[in-house]
Design a protein around this ligand. Sequence first.
Ligand SMILES: NC(=O)c1ccc[n+]([C@@H]2O[C@H](COP(=O)([O-])OP(=O)(O)OC[C@H]3O[C@@H](n4cnc5c(N)ncnc54)[C@H](O)[C@@H]3O)[C@@H](O)[C@H]2O)c1
Length: 317
Amino acid sequence: MPKILITGACGQIGSEMTLALRERYGKDNVLATDIREPEDENLRASGAFEYLNVLEEQHIARLVQKYKIDTIYHLVGILSAAGEKNPDNAWMVNVNSLKNVLDLAKNLGLRQVFWPSSIAAFGPGSPRENTPQATIMDPNTIYGITKWTGELLCNYYYNKYRLDVRSLRYPGLISYVTPPGGGTTDYAIDIFYQAIKTKQYICFLREDTMLPMMYMDDAIGGTVKLMEAPAHAIRTRLAYNFTAISFTPKQIADEIKKHIPGFVCTYAPDRRQTIADTWPRSVDDSVAQRDWGWKPQYTLSAMVEDMLKHLKKKLKT
Ligand SMILES: NC(=O)c1ccc[n+]([C@@H]2O[C@H](COP(=O)([O-])OP(=O)(O)OC[C@H]3O[C@@H](n4cnc5c(N)ncnc54)[C@H](O)[C@@H]3O)[C@@H](O)[C@H]2O)c1
């Protein structure tokens, strides 16, 4: 069994990843950490939690030794829209914390590291349709720049030190447990809350803005599959392209309308539109399919149905 430390465990991904990994590997084998206290009762009740600021490398090292950790899922990150508000902080948190984790993993001889990249690592020079695994990378947001830098660092630590670090270029992730953390694809979560509460939503992207997306269940399943794949199957130590469904705000709104008649979505693009306009509209993940058998489960309609079912329960409507 791996002994896992998760950073950023209270975030949108971390809160569900922690529960999924505890379910799979046992609650005593998964330590949740974050700079803030868990709000989710399930997360708090399901196993150990420690306060950790990932900029403090010595503190990570102490926890690794205390809990005999051999694997880190490094999920701390400042997302795209939040990053543009404070680029210095985005660089410090995203790049310096990854370097801390990689150095510590190398120095303490850890078995594995997972770190998520993003479709934001692509830029205006990358082909926007069916974006290939290997192509021009010229991100022009600070978030994208930190993600591409992170990929290069991971690749370096694998090549130079043989550190088993694995990564995925996550698309926009959709989930109902924890609110999203300030990304350009957050509309695809907010729209569900507003559809249920008020039957109205003002979307901050244009109606025809196609972006790659994925339901959280698929993201977690794919991440675990990547981490459990034999090392010889992992043929890139940059991040793998990783996708499930591409859709526009209008397409998801139309899908929601099938379940909530009378729902009205209007469009008022803001500064996040300029970020979305530099990202892929769809991604070619055939290399992940070939190397370690990646295959998503959720279509747009299946995801919308599941999201509405869970959110209606959560919001008690
Ligand atoms: N959510 C998405 O759609 C998406 C898409 C692509 C990539 N990603 C990447 O996945 C990772 C996790 O994303 P998320 O959506 O869960 O983010 P989030 O903002 O929801 O959560 C990040 C967590 O990190 C914690 N954190 C911030 N600074 C910290 C520090 N210095 N020390 C310790 N903890 C700190 C925050 O408290 C928060 O709980 C990030 O690297 C992000 O770039 C997310």
